[in-house]
Write a new protein. Structure first.
Length: 368
């Protein structure tokens, strides 16, 4: 690795910030492109301030970065395509384009034999009414693009809900999918390097509320690990994928059903900073720079709790044994992830006791 290699990142939020924090010990430098003047990774590198599709800024990013990656999947796919004509972009613009559109993503899962909920693409309220007998209630109406943390989604409990849910979309392209009666939600975080080396982390078991991730716990030797790895390998091979990928799955009595994948480091993998031999952030950098991937072995038991909307009393967090606090340097705002804490413990009992304490602190500030 050349000293002072520079990694370009589209987006300068908390994921970019944690990638940069993992990169400094490896001697890396960072340059971010982000439209927000006070984006929270800015202090960790150079900030190109402006729109993702600003041709001048993209040209600068391509020229100054040895490799470009992104921290969120809603950057326009043609921007990644433009950049990849001038520099290395990982994960590929193709992976980004698929992950950006729930319909294309579901078809892609189908093509490679990864099960999904029953779904239908929609272009009108009449069309929604027509497909509902086949999809059945309850169901979820989702915008095809620009959705994250449950945004642009409505639960349909009966035919009475259709019209109001459709109106919320304001004409955005949509899909409807059957509500999966899952036992739990899990995700598998995997990394694949330029050379094709692949590693998997122990499964994360995830608890969402209001469509937003609240708590993730690492699950070493989970009975569903193998099935999740099989699906993630298939996905990465089909995409000739490079970087960290998160595949979100519903566990329905021992059968995994895919919800979506994120072509990036993921909130359900934050526990890997303290809870694994090598964090997802470091392995993402190693993968895109074609360095040997680090061990994903768990260190004890770990869980992560998000702080959403505001910060808890940080001193109280730090008094919890095994707690590691990560502040994102973001102003509090409704529904916004502003920090997380990871708990590491020796035993499952210790872990659940400490997670309960953290969750209680989180519930004092979490606003949705
Ligand atoms: P998404 O933005 O698609 O990841 O959805 C956010 C959350 O909504 C998921 O993590 C689930 O908790 C829930 N959800 C989404 N789709 C479904 C589904 N088809 N069945 C049951 N729950 C769902």
């Amino acid at each position: 690795m050349k000293p002072g290699m520079r990694v370009g990142i589209l987006g300068a939020g908390q994921l970019a910030r944690m990638i940069a924090l993992a990169g400094y010990p490896l001697g890396l430098e960072f340059i971010f492109l982000d439209p927000s003047a006070d984006a929270c990774a800015n202090k960790l590198g150079e900030h190109l301030h402006g729109d993702y599709s600003d041709p001048g800024l993209l040209a600068q990013l391509a020229e100054r970065a040895d490799v470009v990656t992104y921290e969120f999947e809603n950057v326009p796919a043609d921007v990644a395509g433009f950049l990849s004509a001038h520099t290395q972009v990982y994960p590929s613009p193709k992976a980004l384009a698929i992950a950006q559109d729930r319909l294309i993503e579901k078809k892609f899962f189908h093509d490679i034999d990864i099960p999904t909920p029953a779904y239908a693409a929609l272009d009108s309220l009449e069309h929604l009414e027509l497909v509902m007998p086949a999809i059945g209630y309850p169901a979820i109406l989702k915008s095809r693009t620009q959705g994250y943390d449950g945004k642009g989604q409505s639960v349909l409990k009966s035919a009475d809900d259709l019209s109001a849910a459709w109106n919320i979309l304001e004409g955005a392209p949509a899909i409807v999918e059957a509500f999966v009666p899952f036992k739990r939600e899990v995700s598998i975080i995997a990394a694949r390097s330029v050379s094709g080396a692949v590693v998997f982390y122990p499964l994360s078991e995830n608890c969402h509320r209001g469509g937003i991730l609240r708590v993730s716990e690492s699950k070493e030797q989970d009975p569903m690990q193998q099935q999740a790895e099989t699906y993630a390998s298939r996905l990465m091979a089909a995409l000739d994928y490079v970087g960290v990928l998160a595949l979100e799955l519903f566990d329905v009595d021992g059968q995994l059903i895919a919800n979506e994948f994120a072509p990036r480091v993921h909130n359900s993998g934050h526990w890997t900073i303290e809870g694994a031999e090598t964090s997802q952030f470091e392995n993402h950098l190693r993968a895109i720079l074609d360095l040997p991937l680090g061990s994903t072995a768990a260190i004890g038991k770990a869980a992560m709790v998000n702080f959403i909307g505001g910060l808890p009393d940080t001193k109280q967090v730090l008094t919890i044994p095994g707690a590691h606090l990560h502040l994102y340097d973001k102003a509090p705002r409704k529904g916004r992830k502003v920090a997380h804490a990871t708990i590491r413990a020796e035993t499952a009992t210790q872990l659940s006791t400490q997670v309960e304490k953290l969750a209680a602190l989180a519930s004092q500030v979490n606003d949705s």
